[in-house]
Design a binder for this molecule. Structure first.
Ligand code: MN
Length: 442
């Protein structure tokens, strides 16, 4: 281990819920078996390179506040990238996470020409391969940054200029190959600036077709190079554009079906994007599972009073329990994981703050896993749910679903029978049931 995070000299250990040691896990016990699987294998935690190492705390009102010496513009860019990479792997190793995630531009400095940018990426990816080998940390997913450079101001795949589409395709080709080289479990396409600022200059039909064509190029190349991970789209309703095309899971699902991509691409659901779209986090997971396109999670949180993407670390066990419950109901995370696409607050300037943030996020998710798993194992909710729909499994319900009932037949039936009576949906009782499981976690 190198020595950037000098306040944290030992790997973070599990000390149990009664521990008062701030630099310890109280709930995340990686080898504890939960429903037949180690906690580490359930949760598949990943640290995000960008917020944690490529962002210095700047916002639109002020300069960077965080201590990230490798972002000093006076340094040689490749030497700075190496310094950043060493600090990142020191962090992954001390925290004890199995995975990380990165954008091409986080790891390797973009240069004036594509050739040099591409060469920088190769160099840094080979260097990362060595650090991954030494530390045992894996890649949950890679992605290309198709939104920071001014060339992408009007989008990448949806840009009105095909030259910019082509440049974005070249960048994704490189990054897909880099992800494959590093054994990435997934490749993510976040819509970046795929959306519009005004309809006055936008051709919606063309932009949809361009985006679909881009996705097909990515899928074809993934097959060509033998990438066996999952390709994911990350829904987001707005920001940076006024309207993002990958608005939510339902919009992405419709897009995938329309353009014959539904067998090839799944979703990476971000908690704060779900809430910005006006949904609960667990709604997005449930929808993705119902549609068969659930992939992975960006674990973070918004702020109930703020209407923008604040990317806080998750702190609500209640909210995350409902999300974890839907994840487990759907069969759990397979190639996916829980990536902390979350950033420190701007005043969290101590190097150790990055540890406290991740420890809190991991404990929140671990505790949510325990509550959700106990709830699922008890079958209490599932029993009430299946009882509620029992009428559809036989007799009238089955006749309707299988097509043996027609409209006049149902009319005749209604004329002969008494009116059906509504029953309780038991919502408050079920909310109390969930609360009981959250309270009793041990
Ligand atoms: Mn994200």
């Amino acid at each position: 281990m190198t020595d950037f995070f000098t306040d944290v000299t030992e790997p973070i250990r599990y000390l149990g819920p009664d521990s008062d040691e701030p630099l310890s896990f109280r709930w995340y016990d990686r080898d504890r078996v939960v429903a037949g699987k180690r906690m580490e294998d359930h949760l598949r935690f990943a640290v995000a390179y960008w917020h944690s190492f490529a962002w210095d705390g700047f916002d639109i009102f002020g300069a960077g506040t965080l201590d990230r010496p490798w972002l000093d513009q006076a340094l040689d860019p490749m030497a700075a990238a190496a310094m950043k990479q060493d600090a990142a792997f020191e962090f992954f190793e001390k925290l004890g996470v199995p995975f990380f995630c990165f954008h091409d531009a986080d790891m390797a400095p973009p240069a004036d020409s594509f050739a040099e940018t591409s060469a920088n990426l190769s160099t840094m990816v080979e260097r990362a391969a060595g650090l991954m080998e030494r530390t045992g940390v894996g890649l949950l997913w890679g992605t290309a940054n198709l939104f920071s450079h001014p060339r992408y101001a009007a989008g990448a795949a949806t840009n009105p200029d095909p030259e910019i589409f082509a440049r974005a395709a070249a960048q994704v080709c490189d990054m897909l190959e880099a992800t494959n080289r590093l054994g990435g479990a997934n490749y993510v396409l976040w819509g970046g600036r795929e959306g519009y600022e005004t309809l006055l200059n936008t051709d919606l039909r063309r932009e949809g077709e361009q985006l679909a064509r881009f996705m097909h190029l990515v899928v074809e190349h993934a097959h060509r190079i033998g990438f066996d991970g999952t390709i994911l789209i990350e829904p987001k309703p707005f920001e940076p554009t006024k309207h993002q095309y990958d608005y939510d899971t339902a919009a992405v699902h419709a897009f995938l079906q329309r353009y014959d991509l539904v067998e090839e691409i799944k979703v990476n659901i971000e908690v704060n994007h779900a809430t910005l779209a006006g949904h609960d986090f667990h709604h997005e997971v449930a929808y993705a599972n119902a549609a068969g396109i659930f992939g992975s999670i960006d674990a973070n949180a918004g702020d109930d009073r703020l209407g923008w993407d604040v990317d806080r670390f998750p702190v609500s066990v209640e909210q995350m329990t409902l999300g974890m419950y839907e994840i487990l109901r759907g069969g759990g995370l397979t190639t996916g994981g829980l990536n902390f696409d979350a950033k420190l607050r701007r005043q969290s300037m101590a190097r150790s703050d990055l540890f406290h943030a991740h420890i809190g996020g991991m404990d929140t998710m671990a505790r949510a896993l325990l509550a959700a798993s106990a709830l699922l194992e008890s079958s209490e909710l599932e029993a009430i749910r299946s009882q509620r729909y029992a009428g559809w499994d036989e007799g009238l319900g089955l006749d309707i679903l299988t097509g043996s009932a027609d409209l006049p037949g149902l009319q005749k039936r209604a004329l002969e029978l008494d009116d059906p009576q509504p029953v309780s949906g038991r919502q408050e009782e079920l909310e109390n049931l969930v609360a009981r499981y959250v309270e009793r976690v041990r």
